[in-house]
Design a protein around this ligand. Structure first.
Ligand SMILES: *Cc1c(COP(=O)(O)O)cnc(C)c1O
Length: 472
């Protein structure tokens, strides 16, 4: 399998290079040159598999020739072995034809673990094979940082530095990061805001000699491998509910469009998916896009569902690539216009094509609170604000008897206790395996908002005994 950039100029790459590269050199995102096709018999044969085995089977064609079968099967098994539910991604029935797929049983209680747990292992394997080491640096306002740390902890080829704004993340969020005491994990509390943290990380990446010296890399949401790994749970849900004989629709609380794009990929591989339903909060660039065909950047509003508080849904570029008939030059031109003017109009034909598969609904905070309250009353299920938006979008889209809708549960309610308590009058408890979070030992370095100090801190810790480092 080879990968091409959505902007048509960057070199065509094999899987391991795409994994380590992230963003393409031309500013585009990597996508498979063609979609591997899975026939009805093959899908049927996957029904009986455990989650780890199923993930292995779904991912195998995308990494063929670059990660051997036996290793991939082992990494997939190990990635999900530590999850807090035997089924890994259990399905719960909420109503006639309406299901919730819980993707929050991983170590940080959010769906990003589903991809990150395998991604960290793939990174480590590929780096070891190539005799390389990398340094991962990132900034977090809370949620993605802990998933990245859990993915990279104790990996021999990776050193990870995660910045958060001192005193400005919730205690659960901070502790999920700082109680990981692995020697290759470095939490840094910056005296500044989240934007300051992001600027510092950008500063590191813009310092090219430093970037090469420490082999700087990122595990951001545009990495193809994250999408690829996420395809597995769409197959898991569809097969559990009767595919390939029966079609299934999905409703996905959406921010960066990575999660729902994995559903699009599953469909491109032959999984019978009828509709894809986007749920947004008041940061509704996608809802407006699927309504009008115009993508227009607005200002970010903080909401009860912070993991969806974004202005630009980066992964939507992968969908646009297909809507532009895989014409990288045409899309590059459109994307440059988007960066310059803050708007992009795909025109009526492309919009119509997108709407044959996608629809979208938005919910503000007051509506989200009401949804949590109503679902609890109707089903006994306590939803976090992100998952609530997915369930509401699924209900709004309507259902037919023969096509069930699966709403994606992307975070455990205990991750957002204040919003949940406001809606249902009680605080959701952390799962038993995390009950001691508040008494675990923490480790974190506090640094000023100063690029030089940060650089020195990192250099002192990646003095690179052994393997060479390579910038991605
Ligand atoms: C990241 C995240 C989302 C959004 O997923 P995208 O892939 O960015 O669309 C939704 N819910 C939760 C809890 C998340 O952490």
């Amino acid at each position: 399998m080879r990968y091409v950039s959505t902007r048509g100029e960057a070199p065509v790459l094999a899987f391991d290079d795409v994994l380590l590269t992230g963003l393409a050199r031309d500013g585009g995102l990597y996508v498979p040159e063609s979609w591997p096709q899975v026939g009805a018999d093959e899908w049927r044969a996957m029904r009986a598999l455990s989650y780890g085995e199923l993930a292995y089977r779904v991912i195998r064609p995308f990494v063929a020739g670059r990660v051997d079968d036996q290793t991939l099967a082992r990494l997939a098994r190990e990635a999900y072995a530590g999850f807090g539910h035997q089924a890994v991604a259990p399905l719960k029935q909420l109503d006639h034809g309406l299901w919730l797929m819980e993707l929050f049983h991983g170590p940080t209680l959010a769906f990003k673990d589903m991809a990150m747990q395998l991604l960290g292992r793939l990174f480590d394997h590929v780096l070891a094979q190539r005799g390389q080491r990398i340094t991962i640096a990132g900034a977090t306002s809370g949620d993605t940082g802990s998933a990245a740390i859990e993915a990279c902890r104790d990996r021999a080829s990776i050193e990870i530095f995660m910045l958060h704004p001192h005193g400005r993340v919730s205690e659960v969020q901070r502790r999920q990061m700082t109680t990981v005491l692995s020697p290759n994990v470095h939490n840094i509390a910056i005296d500044g805001s989240f934007d300051d943290c992001q600027d510092l990380v950008k500063g590191l990446f813009n310092d090219l000699p430093f970037r090469d010296e420490v082999g700087l890399s990122a595990v951001n949401s545009i990495n193809w491998a994250r999408i690829m790994i996420q395809i597995a749970y769409y197959a898991h849900a569809a097969l559990s509910l009767g595919a390939p004989e029966r079609k299934v629709s999905f409703a996905v609380p959406t921010g960066n469009f990575g999660n729902i794009y994995a559903a699009y990929a599953a469909r491109a591989m032959g999984l019978p998916i009828e509709r894809l339903i986007v749920g947004s909060n008041s940061n509704d660039i996608l809802t407006r896009f699927f309504g009008s065909g115009e993508m227009k950047i607005g200002t970010v509003h903080p909401t009860l569902s912070p993991s969806m508080d974004i202005q630009v849904s980066s992964n939507a570029e992968r969908l646009l690539f297909d809507l532009y008939d895989r014409d990288g030059a045409a899309l590059a031109k459109a994307m440059h216009g988007f960066r310059k003017d803050g708007r992009l109009d795909v025109g009526r034909d492309r919009l119509e094509r997108a709407r044959r598969l996608f629809s979208a609904t938005r919910y503000d905070d007051a509506e989200t609170t009401e949804i949590i309250r109503r679902e609890y009353a109707a089903t006994g299920e306590i939803l976090d604000p992100h998952s609530a938006i997915g369930v509401a979008a699924a209900r709004a889209a309507g259902r037919t008897d023969d096509t069930p809708v699966v709403a994606l549960g992307t975070a455990h309610p205990a991750k957002f206790p204040d919003a949940v308590e406001k809606a249902v009058g009680k605080r959701p408890a952390l799962p038993d395996r995390m009950k001691d979070l508040y008494t675990r030992e923490e480790r974190c370095m506090r640094l000023p908002n100063d690029l030089g100090a940060l650089r020195a801190f990192i250099q002192a810790r990646v003095g690179a005994p052994g393997g060479k480092r390579s910038a991605a």
